[in-house]
Ligand binder design. Structure first.
Ligand code: ADP
Length: 709
């Protein structure tokens, strides 16, 4: 507020008055001092003493007169004001403003001159009021201020004694302590782990925010409560509680603790707290929520077990040859290796799904439940899977409305989840593989993929079992017919052998007697009777040839010898010797290339060449017959060929000429019984080779056969 001219004039008058009063007072004092003499010196000495004591004092001391003007200040006060004129300094910044404020509640302006502050008499006795002073050099000094009024013996105010202690260092120390405390508290609350400081009676001394939030309280509400009641809701600490151990042995402990109520897992560590005597007074209890980690661990564990199931089932698939045995083994492996509480295979039977195999600790449930393909009893994974031919998962028996028909049983057997996978046989859905788990949402996507491939493997195995069964049946049938064929062949050969052998005897008798008839009665009989006798003789001769050839045919198998090393070149020379007459008669030319040594029945091999070369000469054309024999190596075989320049054979007869009695010509044109090539085939077959012909009519024929090298 701007002072008026009147006020200024009045103040100037007052100052003038004061000045003259001061001059008068000084005059009076001088006179007084003169009169006082020695006494004055005494007082002067004691004042000097007092001043030096004041200057020695660390605290700043200021003495004010009753009007609030400073009349005395010690060195510490001067230093506090940075050597500036005290009066001005105090008028501007003297902390009595605060003192006044703290006592009267009336806060004077900081610019208000100190003289306007209520006089010392009004200032009560104050002790250790904290205030701050900004020095000229800008430094802020923290002070503890005490103000004491001074009165004379009659109780008249003499002034005020102000003592100021520099507490800047202490304040700074206090501030950093406070900040450190705040920092610590913030950190304590910011830690996401659940932290509780406990006493040795398991009482919470202090809990951080995470801990308090978890139990739905404030940190303050937690204090004093029993930790196990608060966290676990139990009447005593859990068995695994590491805090108990720390209280017992004063050591740090760590344990995994499960909160079964919430299905959560914690890694708990307890660090002991000691008193000055080294006694355990409790611990810092830190609990880290490792439920996620546990869940991941469990997931990996489950996947590993499912992989193990897959590999074991695949081993079983290779071994087992029966569908029902396969289903039982699969269920057993899922329960034992996969540690699933229940696995069953259901086969579709009309409207119903009938269990054909099951295993696991909850296997009894299979007898208690009924599953169908349609309707309410078909709304679960098994029924849906059978209808829709895809894996179906039930995430939770308790919440999934479709699972209502089986909820009670599942609950009783401790089952929360199920998943069904389709089984196929020859591409047709025939049933399901259904698995159960004790946890909700137990079948995640990865597990479903793995289990779907398991069911695909089982379906593949079912097809393989069917194929195998068909193959075994076919093999059995083949073996049976081969046995029958061998038996009938043997019978036939025996018959041929016996028949041909036994037929020779009566035939010889007939021939002998007809020959006698001809010789003895040729004269008595007429020409016609003699011709008849010739017919009979021709017939019997022919029959003898037939019987001989038939016998030769049957002897290929009944009279076979052990194979020996045969030089085919030498063998061919012998054959030519045997056929000498025929060769001469036909003027035939028999040639051959280099020939190997083979292991064979020598006489049968000779018979083979004899028949082929014989035919080559017999079925000749216009020009003299030429027969050429060759052999080339073909892998594990020797490939022989007998080539002639005869009449050749039409392609349509290439197969049948190797059958018994099969001839392409009449006896009038070419002699023969039709057994020669059948014998050749039998010999080659016996030696493990193959025989065939290449020929065209009019261009000769080449007979090929192979023999093992
Ligand atoms: P056969 O010689 O007693 O008639 P084969 O079994 O030896 O009986 O021969 C069967 C038939 O094959 C002969 O009747 C003949 O028609 C035909 N054949 C066999 N070898 C030759 C050949 N080298 N050239 C032409 N035809 C042949």
């Amino acid at each position: 507020m701007q002072p008026t001219a009147e006020t200024v004039a009045r103040l100037e008058a007052e100052i003038r008055e004061l000045r003259s009063a001061l001059t008068q007072t000084q005059e009076a004092l001088r006179n007084q001092s003169d009169s006082l003499g020695g006494r004055d010196r005494e007082v002067g000495q004691s004042e000097t003493f007092a001043a030096s004591v004041l200057d020695q004092t660390q605290d700043a001391i200021v003495v004010c007169d009753p009007s609030g003007h400073i009349i005395r200040a010690n060195q510490a006060a001067d230093q506090l004001c940075d050597g500036n004129p005290l009066q001005k300094q105090f008028e501007v910044a003297f902390p009595l403003h605060h003192v006044a404020a703290s006592t009267t509640g009336n806060v004077p302006s900081r610019d208000e001159p100190l003289s306007l502050v209520p006089p010392a008499s009004a200032v009560p006795f104050l002790r250790d009021v904290e205030a701050s002073l900004v020095r000229n050099d800008g430094l802020q000094v923290e002070l503890s201020v005490s103000v004491r009024p001074m009165v004379d013996e009659s109780g008249q105010p003499l002034g005020t004694l102000v003592t100021m202690t520099d507490i800047t260092d202490r304040k700074h120390a206090e501030d950093s302590l406070r900040r450190a405390k705040e920092d610590w508290e913030q950190t304590f609350d910011a830690v996401p782990d659940l932290v509780a400081v406990l006493d040795n009676q398991h009482r919470v001394v202090r809990a951080n925010r995470a801990m308090a939030d978890r139990v739905g309280m404030t940190p303050e509400q937690c204090a004093g409560l029993l930790c196990y009641q608060l966290v676990h809701g139990t009447a005593a600490p859990p068995e695994s509680c590491p805090h108990m151990q720390t209280c017992r042995d004063g050591k740090e402990h760590t344990a995994e603790v499960e909160d079964a109520r919430r299905g959560e897992y914690f890694l708990v560590s307890t660090t002991p707290r000691f008193d000055d005597q080294g006694q355990v007074i409790g611990a810092v209890h830190v609990a880290r929520d490792i439920s996620d980690l546990k869940r991941r661990e469990r997931r990996i564990d489950t996947l590993t077990r499912v992989y193990a199931v897959l590999s074991q089932v695949n081993e079983v698939i290779v071994r087992v040859r029966d569908a029902d045995a396969l289903f039982s083994e699969v269920c057993r492996i899922i329960a034992e290796t996969g540690r699933f509480p229940l696995a069953w295979v259901g086969r579709r039977d009309g409207k119903r799904v009938v269990p054909v195999a099951f295993s696991g600790p909850a296997a009894n449930m299979v007898h208690e439940i009924q599953v169908e393909v349609e309707g309410r009893l078909g709304a679960g994974p098994t029924g849906t899977c059978l209808r829709e031919h895809r894996p179906v998962v039930n995430d939770d028996f308790t919440t999934n409305p479709a699972m209502a028909p089986w909820r009670e049983q599942a609950n009783r057997h401790g089952l929360r989840t199920s998943a069904a996978f389709p089984l196929y046989r020859q591409g047709q859905p025939i049933g399901t593989l259904t698995l159960y788990a004790a946890d909700p949402n137990a079948f995640d996507a990865d597990q479903v993929t793995l289990l779907a491939s398991l069911s695909a493997d089982i379906s593949y195995a079912l097809d393989a079992i069917d194929d195998e069964r068909r193959r075994v049946l076919a093999e059995e049938a083949l073996r049976k017919s081969a046995d029958e064929l061998a038996r009938s062949n043997e019978d036939l050969e025996q018959f041929a052998s016996v028949a041909s052998h036994d037929l020779q005897e009566p035939l010889r008798t007939v021939t002998g007697f007809v020959d006698l008839l001809r010789k003895r009665y040729v004269q008595q009989l007429d020409a016609e009777a003699n011709r008849f006798i010739e017919f009979v003789l021709e017939g019997t001769e022919r029959m003898q040839t037939l019987i001989r050839d038939l016998l030769a045919y049957s002897r290929v198998s009944t009279r076979r010898r052990e194979p020996v090393s045969v030089d085919v070149g030498e063998l061919l020379d012998q054959v030519q010797t045997t056929l000498h007459e025929q060769i001469q008669e036909a003027r035939a030319e028999i040639t051959h290339g280099p020939l190997p040594t083979v292991r064979a029945d020598a006489s049968q091999l000779a018979q083979l060449f004899q028949n082929l070369i014989g035919n080559g000469m017999k079925f000749r054309g216009q020009s003299p017959p030429k027969v050429h024999v060759e052999a080339v190596r073909d892998g594990d075989f020797w490939h022989f060929s007998v080539r002639d320049n005869g009449i050749g054979i039409d392609a349509k007869h290439h197969e049948q000429i190797f059958e018994v009695f099969r001839r392409l010509h009449t006896r009038e044109h070419y002699e023969g019984t039709g057994i020669g090539l059948a014998i050749c085939k039998k010999i080659v077959d016996r030696h493990g080779g193959r025989i065939w012909v290449e020929s065209e009519p009019g261009h000769g024929a080449t007979f090929h056969f192979t023999l093992p090298a």
